[in-house]
Structures are given as C-alpha cells and as structure tokens.
Design a protein around this ligand. Structure first.
Ligand SMILES: Cc1cc2nc3c(=O)[nH]c(=O)nc-3n(C[C@H](O)[C@H](O)[C@H](O)COP(=O)(O)OP(=O)(O)OC[C@H]3O[C@@H](n4cnc5c(N)ncnc54)[C@H](O)[C@@H]3O)c2cc1C
Length: 436
C-alpha cells in the first residue's frame, strides 16, 4: 500500500475494491481503531458474515498465496480456461505479505538478459492493466537513477547498459556531473557515474493484486482469505489433496505462490526449496515541500540505499547486509537509525523531516537472486517464487508464464526454462548483480 498523500486515495481504492467484493459475499464492519494494512491506514475492518465461505472439496488447480504471484497466476489460469481454480490466502486480506509491504518499484534495469526480458513483458502488461482488469495500477514513470560510487559498479553497469540497449531498453549512461545535475537536492560528490531509464518507476501493489483478484473472480476463480494451507497429501509422487484450516480440497495440481513462506509449503511435500526469507524495512517521511515533482527513484547502489517520492514526502530504505534469515517482520529500530542517518547524509533536507511511518517485510531470496518457475520433482506441485526483491514488477508476467507452463507444458511468452528448480542441483545458476 502506498503511503502519505497517496494513502487516502489508495486506501479508499483498496476498501472500495474490498467493498465491491464484499457486497456479494459478506459485510465489512468498521471498528474505528487503527491498524497498519500493507502500508498504512487509519481504519480497521473486520470481516463479517460471509455467504460463500464453504471451501469446495475438489478443484482442478489450487493456488496457495494471495500476493501478486498467486493473484496473477489465478487470473491468467482462469483467463486461459483452466477449469476450477481456487486461491487460498491465510491472512485477512489479499496482498498483505511481501507484495503489500514492497516499495512498488518497477524497472527495466537489470544485469541479466532474462530479468530484462521479464521486465519488458511485465511492464507492458502494467501499461495494459486497466484495459485488462478494469483497475488502474497507478503506474507512474518517474525513472530509476542508479548512482555508482565504486569502480567495480561502474564497469559492471557499463556492460549492463550495453546489454539493455541491445535488447531495446534505452537506459541512459550519466557521467558524474550529469548525476549531480539531476539530483541537486542530494549530496553525491563521490558519484563516479549513473544510469537512468525514464520509463522505470512505481506502481501500486494493492491495485495490482486486487485488480487480478477481482478479475479472476469474475472469470470463475474462488478466492478465499483466512484459509491457511496446513498440509499437502501425495500418493505415488503425485499431489492428491490440500489440507487447510477450513477443510480439504482434492486436487491434482497445486501452485506454490507463498512468497517468503514458499519453503514451508515445499516441506509439506518433502521438498527443500532454496528460498530464504530475509527482512527488509523502510520508512516514509512527513512532507518535504522543497522536493521536486520529477524526483526519480534514486538508488545509491553501493549502500543499497534508496529514495523515491511518496506523496509529498520521501520513502527511503536500506538493506542491512547482516540481516539473518527468518520470518520476523518487526521493525529493527537500531537499523532504522542507521538507515535514516545514511539517508540524511545523502539528502540533507531529511534532517528537517519527520518519520511518518515505517514497516518491515520479507524478501524471498534464492542463491542466484533469480526466481524459480515451474514443475518440481513432485508431480502436480508447481512453484513460482524466489524473486529476491523484485517480484512485484515481475508478477504480471510470472502468472502468465505459470499458466503456460501448467497448461501447455512450457513457457511461451518469455522462455524461463533456465529458471527451473533443477538449476540449483545442476549448477546452472545465473547471478543478478542489480539487487537492491
Ligand atoms: C521491503 C520490500 C521492498 C520491496 N520492494 C520491491 C520493489 O520495489 N519492486 C519489486 O518488484 N519488488 C519489491 N519487493 C519484492 C516483492 O515484494 C516480492 O518479490 C513479491 O511481492 C513476491 O510476491 P509473492 O506473491 O510471491 O509473495 P507474497 O506477496 O508474500 O504473497 C505470498 C502470500 O502467501 C500467503 N501464504 C503463505 N503461506 C500460506 C499458507 N500456508 N496458506 C495460505 N496462504 C499462505 C502469504 O500470507 C502471502 O500473502 C520488495 C519486498 C520487500 C519485502
């Protein structure tokens, strides 16, 4: 959920989406107290009586997880006529996991061809998202500006930009003076160079998730919140049944789209998936009237420190290189102070800003920082996960590719056969350098 000035608009939009859904299915009961919902709200809603709360006992496909991957996969499966599709989300609302806690950044600038190709396909889908789903994804092209302060980064980014240009992605190379000229409100005396793509930017995670969920429901998907998958039964190496907190569903096909929790779902079929949850956190500031309206998404690459405009303030975050794997989503106050100081050192106007809101979420990290698509050694058990910090932007295409893999046997729109689970055992890793 986006914050500060955008929060009212986005939050109302989110509620309206929920409200529309709940007109058919249940009532929303305003409690009037405060909670944080995927980025902040001043309202709390309780799910009331539902008229469609019986879990079906059979399905053609069960999708586990109501974040961007599950929502996109369910939508694309339904659009392709995949039969009876059920989506299960354990939380009270969809998109409360990594998706709702993410920075909303979307970019073409990656270090591997496959990630650039995923961006080309996925950002085109964001452009058409409203036409396809009726929901505006609030895609705002403010550009991403990577600032490079170390020689190693300069050399690597130079070859990345050449590769991106070859693929038709017109990322611009900036020298040190050009970086400083574009960011007069920041201190980058140590900048060596930078890269900029004007069509990189931001989109709204909840709009994307709810756009897909609503459209999927219209296409016949049954999507449940507050249903937690607890086990998966198999026989003769084939998926047979999904056991949930609300009953069991007989099915031959399961899609594990559980994001940072994908490893726990894998263990239900005795698979160890190389997806590690790692906490990341960010905060937003009170309004900064001096901030220019065209301020881009700025990344101080060496520090993994980023800034983008959020309403009339700034959203900023910095990766903690010492963060240990785990499911803790509480805010690390000590690290927040370190990150705030680093941010103020780069952007002195932050010394006069207040902290508006902060939160933490989980990256779902793989050993090569690339996602995992497709089949697994268990028949009928599919995986879409491990996007390592850039899954929101690749969510639209990921759901389409999963649909192609499940229904047609292989990905068609982008060939992601190299991003299979087997690559970890077969030593075919492809490293992504542009991880923030
Ligand atoms: C702080 C932060 C900043 C980020 N910034 C960006 C960014 O700027 N751009 C970008 O592209 N990406 C960003 N990402 C990464 C992005 O958020 C993720 O890659 C993406 O959202 C993953 O989507 P998902 O659907 O796989 O996971 P999730 O959104 O986590 O969805 C998985 C869902 O599965 C549900 N689930 C888990 N277990 C069960 C169960 N047993 N039963 C039922 N449901 C279950 C969870 O509740 C959850 O809702 C960021 C992530 C974080 C944490």
């Amino acid at each position: 959920m986006s914050l500060i000035n955008k929060q009212n608009h986005t939050w109302l939009l989110f509620l309206r989406q929920l409200g529309l859904e709940y007109i058919d299915k249940s009532w929303l009961v305003p409690l009037g107290s405060s909670c944080r919902c995927a980025g902040g709200s001043s309202l709390k809603y309780k799910k009331g009586l539902t008229v469609d709360n019986d879990l079906p006992s059979t399905a053609d496909i069960v999708v586990i997880g109501g974040g961007v991957m599950g929502a996109s996969t369910a939508y694309h499966l339904a659009a392709a006529g995949a039969g009876k599709v059920i989506l299960l989300e354990k939380e009270t609302y969809f998109g409360q996991g990594a998706t709702g806690r993410c920075a909303g950044g979307v970019r073409y600038q990656f270090a591997t061809e496959i990630n650039v190709q995923l961006s080309i396909a996925s950002l085109a889908m964001l452009e058409n998202f409203e036409q396809d789903t009726g929901q505006d994804p609030l895609y705002r092209k403010c550009g991403y500006l990577f600032v490079l302060t170390q020689e190693a980064g300069v050399a690597k980014f130079k070859s990345n930009v050449a590769m991106q240009n070859q693929l038709g992605v017109h990322t611009q190379w900036l020298n040190a003076e050009e970086v400083q000229a574009r960011l007069p409100m920041m201190r980058f005396e140590d900048a060596l160079a930078g890269t900029f793509h004007p069509d990189d930017g931001l989109a709204d995670p909840n709009s994307v998730v709810m756009g897909y969920i609503q459209s999927a429901r219209q296409l016949g998907v049954t999507a449940f919140t507050e249903v937690s998958v607890q086990d998966i039964d198999t026989a003769d190496n084939q998926v047979k049944r999904v056991v949930t907190s609300s009953g069991s569903i007989d099915t031959q096909v399961v899609v594990n789209a559980a994001g940072p929790w994908a490893g726990l779902i894998g263990r239900m079929v005795d698979l160890e998936l190389p997806i590690t949850p790692i906490r990341r956190q960010m905060l937003t500031t009170t309004p900064l009237p001096e901030l220019s309206s065209d301020f881009p998404f700025v990344i101080d690459f060496a520090q993994s420190l980023y800034f983008h405009r959020e309403g009339t303030g700034i959203l900023t975050g910095m990766s903690n290189p010492n963060e240990k794997p785990g499911f803790d989503q509480s805010i690390d106050r000590e690290w927040e102070l370190v990150a705030m100081q680093a941010a103020a050192d780069r952007m002195p106007m932050l010394e006069n800003a207040g902290r508006q809101m902060g939160w933490a979420g989980l990256y779902e990290v793989t050993p090569d920082a690339h996602p995992i698509f497709g089949a697994t050694p268990i028949d009928g058990f599919y995986l879409v996960g491990g996007f390592s910090g850039h899954g929101f932007m690749h969510g639209p295409i990921a759901g389409k590719l999963m649909t192609e893999i499940i229904l047609e046997g292989k990905s068609q729109t982008v060939d992601v056969s190299s991003l299979d689970l087997a690559r970890f055992d077969e030593n075919r890793l492809i490293f992504e350098y542009n991880v923030v």
